[in-house]
Structure formats: structure tokens, C-alpha cells
Design a protein around this ligand. Structure first.
Ligand SMILES: [Zn+2]
Length: 1035
């Protein structure tokens, strides 16, 4: 049989060919097995089959002679082939990548690699036959070979890695030697582990140091799954442990993933640094490893570098060995059990400042020397110390490592990355110069740090089993941004208030699209993993966790988390582990809720419900509560309302209260789980109203009959303080979005807004301002825009007058005390200036003129972005040039960002085009900022079409640049398209998607749905809105 099967195959193949073949097979998975596969199957043979086999045998004899000749030739050519083996085994071809990499590999680094090749040198022509046998073996079993499967085969487990690296910063390459101690769970001849874009020089496998090597038959890369395969001559035995040694080298990439380089200018001289970004799947670009979160192991890292640099990693340096030639090797302490994605290292010549927590954790902030000298890292350092103390107290689990370094780098694909003990931040999210930073900037910096510190527990200490539950770690960290900030600034009410506008309202916009997805998504391929890191995971995850904490009660919730972290520390856990632990915590206080059952509906179903509460006209004290899935575009709603979309049901913890002019009842919790339910409530008086979702702790919208809406509006106008701040903000957001989706008449949200002239709290203004924004963008290029504009200005005018402009700059104690007031003032000024309040415009112009003439910037910090933007949009080109010049000359990162964004506010299309073109020049605009430039131009009604055109023309460049960096592409696609709203633009979008070449498919389907909903809104509701506005303005 073996002979027969072999005949059907081609002559011996090179590793690359094997990869291609496997790809073909891979591609044909799911098709019915071909005739050959059937012949190989175990079923009884028919006579015809015997004849066929006989023919094949005869044919086979001839072919085998040919094969023998071929094998002989190959044996002769073997030496040549093995010389090339390394090059052939390189990763997938990449422009500018492989050529230089192979070249580098042959250079003697003096790094101490032995010149030896893999043991495969010793093998003969039989290897080729083995390859074929293996291939056929897998085909016969109708299984994918272990290297072609989307997940690593489970037969091996890494216990410990010894990783020795040498970084050559002068040519941006590095060499490494990794020794992995492996435990065998199932006997196998294959070692399959991740490795990508590297050149492997040597591979050895040893049972232990004494017993000697296990011979390697062959090795190859399989780029489709980014793995490296070591085929052994014999099977590894169960429950023994082996050592796998791989010597390799690779580039310190000039992109933002893996081990990459970055640079900055100090004293007129460009300096370089190397830093890593491994999450989610890029550790494999820096060393061969089992790059899935479940494979926790310990790591001992050594980094050899020139003594002019310093090196950092997750653990502190244990010893440093200096060589005479100016090189030094830092040996780091061994890590606890951890996953590869939050391993990290860096080679740089930064300096640092240091502090120590009460429990003795050494916290250092590393940054470029000039920033450290200026003290730009001090704020972050100070709050980090306090936050570690906060988390240790909240979770009742001490921080697990002896130190935590925060590293501020000039370039990074994300705001920050939570590497255990060595968290990396982009400078703009950690450096803060108190003399020129707004409250908003301070808040951004604070929250990013709170987030990454939360991950030291949620993510690093307890790690998701697999990426489908990435929302758990991200949802928690995002939720704790608010809880942790409340600890630092107790008066700010972040979790109770700002969470609503920044998270809940924000994500309900996204999750209200029919093309949304569940927060917990199935993940198979590496490419799916990038997809799960999106706002749904972060923000919906956080909103669900807040709802959970709400119905559990915060102290029980906290106890549950403490148990969860204690039980699973240094291990992995899935969402059910959390649900079970939390259910037990509830049980201990005598409550019984099946948290898994409830939460599965929220995490495995996409979208969210809108609850409709109807006061029953006929029966007293009975209300009807119904639920349906909320979607913006009713064309995508179920066609047959009688049948309904019954597949979407949630168990909803609905809190409900009854109020009258001066009083609101204490809320009661009602679990709503059916499509429609009747509930009894306390007696309703004539003028009493119902309010659902008290303090907006639930992740859903609430709608009422028009009578109840009118009563609520009436209450807000007469005495809004009867209703809580969070609910005032919630009513505004719900009303605007229900109207946008067609559940409510267009005038209701605009009527609610009227009470704002008396509103002294920041949150409802913030909610209104955010809800108005998309409506503004729907109208800003229409003929009658000024009617809308006029209406908004009227609502803002009196509060604008009342609050006035900030006069002096804030000092630290003022920030703490007056955050709410300053943020409210800022919000109102922003509305006034952007809707064209004359006084606001004059004020902005005066401040800018003063700056230009005196060359002293006396513009209050908290409104600088508003003033710059207003100045650029109103004043002539000289102002644009002035801001452009300041953008180049300033070194403070916060200032640089708002100057850049101000440039996008111009009315001058030439200037906007110029800016767009400059945005892709990395020397001028940082890669991560270019996206913001394009998006901001798209928000400007004068630039929307320019940005849209630019985006389409440069798509190839943009996709190549950002395609791999999780968020960026989807942020760009939605940012550029979300405010397109004409039939023509919709056509352009669809045509573009037809013709474009790959990438961001999910983002594009979301974009089409959004634009379709925009167009539909224009068609159905625009006139209704304008009619009401006209009437209202003449009253
Ligand atoms: Zn995170």
C-alpha cells in the first residue's frame, strides 16, 4: 500500500512546496474526499477497486524507478540543498524583509552562535520518503497535520524558557538562543511552535543533558499558521521532559509589532531604542514560542547589548556581566508563570525616576532624558504608586513582581500595553507637563495608567484562556479606569457619571447596528484575534460588568473578584470561571441568581434591548413592559412585526421608579425575561411619571408612551433635581437615539434639551453635546442647517453667559476641587463656539491675536483646543501658518496633539488638502497621529469629501501601514465614513468596497450600514425635524 500511495505523489519536495501543498489541502477542507482518499480509506474493497489497484501497481513500478533516479540525484545535491536550507526555511516573503534578513544571518555577529547546522545534515534520501509518508498518513486519517491547524496541537507544553538575546542596535538586528523545557502529554514526532519572520540557524532536541540528543529529521516553517515544525526521528515520550534549543536571528523591525525600533531626537541627534509589542500574537516574531495565552511558563531572559544602552524586561536585572569590548549582558530574574503576550523587553538609553510603594514594590518611570529632567513623568509615577496600593487593597492580592517599570516611548501602536512589570506607554498617554496640560489630558493620562495597572491583576496574574474572552480582561480594565480614578479624585464621580457618556452612550451607538457582534466572539485564525480587540470588547465589556456590579451590589461584587483572583492566580480562567465564583459570592449573602445564565445572554448575543414601559390605561397599577432588540436602521428590523425577532431576548435587571413633581419612589428591581410582561406597581397618580433604568446602570435603552415622555419633560423643566444626574443624562441620550432610529418623534429630544438652561451639572450637558454631535453631522451640509444651529444656540446662550470664560490657569489643587465646574464651562464654551455664538468667536479671536502679537500663550489651558480650532476656522491663513509653526516647535506632547487637530478646523480646502498630504509623512506627523488628522478633516463639513477622497486614493498605503495594528484601521474606516449621508456618497462607498483590495471587511460592512441609516434618516425624518424647529423658533 505504501508504494501505491507514494506513486500518486510527486517527487521529493522542498519545505516550501510542502507548505504549498498543505495550503491546497487546507483550502479544500470540507469538500468531499477525492477518489484517492476513498481508496485509502479502510472500507472493504470491491472487485473494481482491486482492478484499479492492480493497474496502479504496474504503473507504480515504472514511476518508482523514476523516483529512485530522482532520489539518487537528490542525494548528490544534498550538500547544496542544506546550504540553502536556512534561507528556504525563512518566513513568508515580504518586501524588503527576507533579502536583508538572510544576508544578516550569514554575517558573523561574534554573538557566539556555533556555526553548526541542524542535525538534519546527517540524514539521507530517506527523509524525502518520510515526508511523503507523513503527508499521506494525515490524509489517510483525514486530519489536518498538526502544523496546519489554527491552534497549536496540545501534545506539548512549555514549562520554562531560557532566552538569550543579543541586540545589534547599529544595524537593527538581533540574534537569539532559546531553550524551551517541554513536557510531553502525548507521544509525537513533531514539535510545533510559533515562529514568524525570523531566520533559524540551528535546532537541537535533547532528552536531558546526559541522555543526549533526539535526532531531528527535518524542520520547516508553515507560514499560514505562523509555526515552525521540528520533525524528529523518533517520538517524544509521554511525561518526559525535553529541551528544545533554537538559534535564530531577525530584524528589529521598523514597524510597531514584535521587537521593533523607534527613535527620538536629543540635542539634535537621533537616538534609537528597541521595544516589544507582543499582544496578541507577535511574540512569535521575536522568539520561537508557544504563543497562545494558555501556555503559561516561566521565563529567564538575558539581553546582551552595547554598554551605552540599558536593557529592561519584566523582571529586575539579577546580574550584569561586562565585556572588555563595550558589551554587557543583563541577566534578569526568572518570571513567575506567565503567557507570552505580556512578556516584554526594551533596549534604550532612557533615564528614570523612582518611587516605592508601602508594600515595597519599586516603581520606575523610564523616558527620554529631557522629559525626565523636566519632570514630565512625575505625575504618572506618583499616581502609579498610589494605584498599586489601591488595587492591592481592593483585590486583596498583592502585586506579584518585585518591580514595575513604566516605559514612555515615542511610537507605539496603542495607547499602552500592560506587560507584567514593564508596561509600555506612548508618550502622549503618560508624560504630562502640569503647566500646559488641560484637565481632559490629565484625565486621559490618568485613566490609561489605571487601566494598565488593573491588567497587572486582570490579564497578567489571571489570564483569559483564549482570545474569545479578551473582553473580560479589557472590560474589567476599562471599568476600573473609572473606579480607580474615583479613588484618586473622590469628588469626580467617574463610575457613577462620566462612565455614562464616555462608555455606555458611546458603545450603544456602535452596538445598535445590525452588523454589530457579540462581545464574546469565536476566534479561530490569528487574523480573527485582531478583530476581537475593538470598542465592543472594551466598552460593552465594561458596561456589562458595571451592570453586573450594580445588580450584585458593589461589596459582594468586590468579594467575588477577590475570590476569583485568589483561586486563579498565575493561571488562566474563562468567563464561566468568573460567573461561577460570583454566583457563589452571591449565594454567601443569601441571594440566588444564576449569573452564567444571565450573562450568557448579554455576552453571546449581539446588540441590546430597548425596553418599552407603557402605563396600562384600563387597569390601575399595572404596567406593560416589553423588550425588543434596538437597531438604528429599521430596514434591518424584522419585516413581520407580528412574528417579531424572538431570537433576541435578554434577562434584564430593570430598576423602575415612580415620581411626581417633588418626589421619586425608591426603585424596585424587576427581572424582565419575556417579550412582554405585566407588572404591578405602586398606585399611579394623575401626574406621576415612570422612570426606568435608575442611574443608568443597565445596558439598555428605555422608551415610554408619549404621555410619560411629556410628563418627564415637564418634570425636568419644573424641577430637574428630582431626577438623578445620571438619569437626566440617560434620558437625553435615550431620547436622541430613539428618535434617530425612528422609535420616537424627532421633537422629543429637542424638547428635553430645553431644560438645560437651568442645568448646572456637567454630565447632562456632556450627554447632550455628544448626542447632538451625530445629529449636527447629519445636518451640517444641508440648506436649512442655520435653523438647527439657531435652536441650539438659544439653548446654550444663557448658560454661556452665566459661566463666562475661565480667566486664570489651573493649579493642582484647583483641578481636584473644580473639575465638574471647569468641565461644564468647557463643554458650554465648546457648544457656543462651534454653533457660532458671536461672543465666543470674538473671544477666541482676541486670545489668538494676543498670542500672535505678544508671542506669549495666555489662553487658558482647559479651552486651548477650542480656541485654536475656532481661531483657525474663522481667521485667515496666517493663523493656520502660525499654528503649524507652533506644532513644529513645541516639545510638549499634549500641546502638539491639539495644535495638530486645530489645523483640521480650517474652512480653506487648499489648506486641508495640504494637511492631508502631509499627514502621511512620518517625519512630520507621527504614524499614530496621521489617522486623527484624516478623521478630523472628515468631521469638518468643508473637508468631509476631501478626506473621503484622500482615504480612497491612499487606501493601499493606509491599509499597509495600519492593517496589522488592531484598532487603527477600523478607527480610520469608521472615522472617515460615519458622517457620509448622501445617496451619492453611499454609492461611492459601495463602489469603493467592490473595488478595494482586502482588509478591514468588518469595518466596511459597519460603515455601509451606518451610511445607509444616515441616508434613510435624511429621507424620513429630516423634514419633520426642520418643521418642528421652524415652528419652535417662531414661538
Ligand atoms: Zn487593556
Amino acid at each position: 500500500m505504501a508504494l501505491e500511495e507514494k506513486r500518486e505523489k510527486r517527487p521529493p519536495v522542498t519545505p516550501m512546496m510542502i507548505e504549498e501543498e498543505a495550503a491546497l489541502r487546507n483550502g479544500s477542507r470540507g469538500l468531499p474526499p477525492g477518489p484517492w482518499a476513498e481508496a485509502a480509506g479502510p472500507r472493504p474493497r470491491t472487485t473494481e477497486r482491486h482492478i484499479a489497484v492492480h493497474k496502479r501497481l504496474v504503473l507504480g513500478f515504472a514511476v518508482s524507478i523514476l523516483a529512485l533516479l530522482a532520489v539518487t540525484m537528490i542525494a548528490v545535491l544534498l550538500s547544496v540543498r542544506f546550504e540553502e536550507c536556512g534561507a528556504a526555511a525563512d518566513g513568508p516573503p515580504r518586501a524588503g524583509g527576507n533579502g536583508s534578513l538572510s544576508g544578516v544571518a550569514r554575517q558573523p555577529h561574534g554573538a557566539g552562535q556555533p556555526p553548526g547546522r541542524p542535525e538534519e545534515d546527517a540524514r539521507g534520501g530517506e527523509a524525502a520518503e518520510e515526508e511523503e509518508e507523513e503527508e499521506e498518513e494525515w490524509q489517510r486519517r483525514r486530519e489536518l497535520p498538526p502544523w496546519a491547524r489554527p491552534r497549536l496541537p496540545r501534545h506539548l507544553r512549555p514549562l520554562h524558557y531560557n532566552l538569550m538575546l543579543t541586540a545589534f542596535m547599529e544595524n537593527f538586528t538581533f540574534s537569539g538562543e532559546v531553550n524551551v523545557q517541554l513536557e510531553v502529554r502525548n507521544a509525537s514526532r513533531y514539535i510545533v511552535l510559533h515562529a514568524h519572520r525570523m531566520h533559524i540557524e540551528a535546532v537541537r532536541v535533547a532528552e536531558d543533558k546526559l541522555a543526549g540528543g533526539v535526532r531531528v529529521a527535518r524542520t520547516f516553517f508553515y507560514p499560514q499558521t505562523q509555526v515552525f515544525v521540528v520533525v524528529l526521528n523518533r517520538s517524544l515520550e509521554v511525561q518526559r521532559s525535553y529541551n528544545l534549543k533554537i538559534i535564530y536571528n531577525a530584524l528589529i523591525e521598523n514597524e510597531l509589532l514584535g521587537f521593533f525600533r523607534s527613535s527620538y531626537v536629543l540635542h539634535g541627534e537621533r537616538r534609537f531604542l528597541g521595544v516589544t509589542q507582543f499582544s496578541p500574537t507577535h511574540a512569535r516574531k521575536a522568539f520561537p514560542c508557544f504563543d497562545e495565552p494558555i501556555y503559561k511558563a516561566t521565563f529567564k531572559i538575558s539581553i546582551r547589548h552595547q554598554a551605552t544602552y540599558l536593557s529592561l524586561s519584566n523582571m529586575p536585572v539579577e546580574t550584569s556581566v561586562f565585556e572588555e569590548d563595550g558589551w554587557v549582558t543583563d541577566h534578569f530574574s526568572q518570571t513567575p508563570l506567565m503567557s507570552t503576550y505580556y512578556l516584554a523587553w526594551a533596549v534604550c538609553n532612557f533615564t528614570y525616576r523612582e518611587t516605592v510603594t508601602k508594600s515595597g514594590v519599586v516603581v520606575r518611570l523610564y523616558a527620554r532624558p529631557d522629559a525626565i529632567r523636566r519632570g514630565s513623568g512625575d505625575y504618572a509615577l506618583n499616581i502609579t504608586r498610589r494605584l498599586i496600593e489601591f488595587y492591592e487593597d481592593y483585590f486583596k492580592v498583592p502585586y506579584s513582581l518585585p518591580k514595575l517599570d513604566l516605559l514612555a516611548v515615542p511610537k507605539h501602536p496603542y495607547a499602552a500595553m500592560e506587560n507584567w512589570g514593564l508596561s509600555v506607554f506612548v508618550e502622549q498617554r503618560i508624560l504630562l507637563d502640569p503647566s500646559i496640560s488641560s484637565i481632559l489630558y490629565l484625565l486621559d493620562v490618568t485613566m490609561v495608567i489605571v487601566h494598565e495597572l488593573c491588567h497587572q491583576w486582570f490579564g497578567d496574574l489571571v489570564t483569559p484562556v483564549w482570545w474569545e474572552d479578551v473582553w473580560l480582561k479589557e472590560g474589567f480594565a476599562h471599568y476600573f479606569e473609572f473606579v480607580g480614578t474615583d479613588y484618586l479624585y473622590p469628588g469626580w464621580n467617574m463610575e457613577k457619571q462620566r462612565f455614562l457618556t464616555d462608555v455606555l452612550h458611546e458603545v450603544m451607538l456602535l452596538d445598535g447596528l445590525a452588523s454589530s457582534h457579540p462581545v464574546s466572539q469565536e476566534v479561530q485564525q490569528a487574523s480573527d484575534i485582531d478583530r476581537v480587540f475593538d470598542w465592543i470588547a472594551y466598552k460593552k465589556g465594561a458596561a456589562l460588568i458595571r451592570m453586573l456590579a450594580g445588580f450584585m451590589g458593589h461589596s459582594v461584587f468586590q468579594m467575588g473578584l477577590q475570590d476569583y483572583l485568589t483561586i486563579h492566580k498565575y493561571g488562566n480562567a474563562a468567563r464561566n470561571d468568573l460567573w461561577n465564583t460570583l454566583s457563589k459570592a452571591l449565594k454567601r449573602v443569601g441571594k440566588s441568581v444564576n449569573i452564567q445564565e444571565v450573562m450568557d445572554q448579554w455576552t453571546l448575543q449581539m446588540g441590546y434591548p430597548v425596553i418599552t414601559i407603557l402605563g396600562n390605561e384600563t387597569t390601575d397599577n399595572i404596567i406593560v413592559i416589553s423588550q425588543e432588540r434596538f437597531v438604528y436602521d429599521s430596514d434591518t428590523k424584522p419585516k413581520d412585526p407580528a412574528r417579531g425577532d424572538t431570537s433576541y431576548l435578554w434577562q434584564i435587571p430593570l430598576t423602575i421608579a415612580v415620581g411626581n413633581t417633588s418626589h421619586i419612589s425608591s426603585e424596585a428591581i424587576i427581572w424582565v425575561s419575556n417579550k412582554s410582561e405585566h407588572h404591578r406597581i405602586p398606585a399611579l397618580e394623575e401626574a406621576s411619571w415612570l422612570l426606568g433604568n435608575i442611574n443608568q446602570t443597565g445596558y439598555f435603552r428605555v422608551n415610554y408612551d408619549i404621555r410619560n415622555w411629556k410628563l418627564l419633560i415637564n418634570q425636568l423643566t419644573r424641577n430637574h433635581e428630582v431626577i438623578s444626574v445620571s438619569n437626566r443624562a440617560g434620558l437625553i441620550d435615550d431620547a436622541f437615539n430613539l428618535a434617530r432610529a425612528g422609535y420616537l418623534p424627532q421633537n422629543i429630544p429637542l424638547e428635553i434639551m430645553r431644560y438645560l438652561s437651568e442645568e448646572k451639572d456637567f454630565l447632562p450637558w456632556h450627554a447632550a453635546s455628544r448626542a447632538l454631535y451625530p445629529l449636527d453631522k447629519l445636518l451640517d451640509r444641508t440648506e436649512n442647517y442655520n435653523i438647527f444651529n439657531e435652536y441650539i444656540l438659544r439653548q446654550v446662550a444663557s448658560m454661556y453667559l452665566k459661566l463666562g470664560w475661565p480667566t486664570n490657569n489651573l493649579n493642582k489643587s484647583l483641578v481636584q476641587a473644580s473639575y465638574q465646574h471647569e468641565e461644564l464651562r468647557r463643554e458650554v464654551i465648546m457648544l457656543a463656539c462651534s454653533f457660532g455664538n458671536k461672543h465666543c468667536h470674538q473671544q477666541a479671536a482676541t486670545l489668538i491675536s494676543d498670542w500672535i502679537s505678544s508671542n506669549r500663550n495666555r489662553i487658558p489651558l482647559n479651552v486651548r483646543d477650542i480656541v485654536y480650532c475656532t481661531g483657525v476656522s474663522l481667521m485667515d491663513e496666517d493663523v493656520w501658518e502660525f499654528i503649524w509653526m507652533k506644532f513644529h516647535s513645541t516639545t510638549a506632547v499634549s500641546e502638539k496633539k491639539i495644535l495638530l487637530e486645530a489645523l483640521t478646523c480650517s474652512d480653506d480646502r487648499n489648506l486641508l488638502n495640504r494637511l492631508l498630504n502631509l499627514s502621511l509623512n512620518s517625519e512630520v506627523v507621527l504614524d499614530q497621529d496621521a489617522i486623527d488628522v484624516i478623521i478630523h478633516v472628515a468631521r469638518n463639513p468643508h473637508g468631509r469629501d476631501l478626506a473621503w477622497k484622500f482615504f480612497r486614493e491612499k487606501w493601499k498605503i493606509l491599509n499597509a501601514r495600519y492593517g496589522e495594528a488592531l484598532f487603527m484601521n477600523s478607527k480610520l474606516v469608521s472615522g472617515v465614513t460615519e458622517f457620509l449621508n448622501t445617496e451619492g456618497e453611499l454609492r461611492e462607498l459601495k463602489n469603493f468596497i467592490k473595488s478595494y483590495e482586502g482588509g478591514a471587511a468588518v469595518s466596511f460592512s459597519r460603515a455601509v450600514e451606518t451610511v445607509e441609516a444616515n441616508v434613510r434618516w435624511q429621507r424620513l425624518y429630516k423634514e419633520e425635524l426642520f418643521q418642528w424647529l421652524r415652528k419652535s423658533l417662531t414661538q
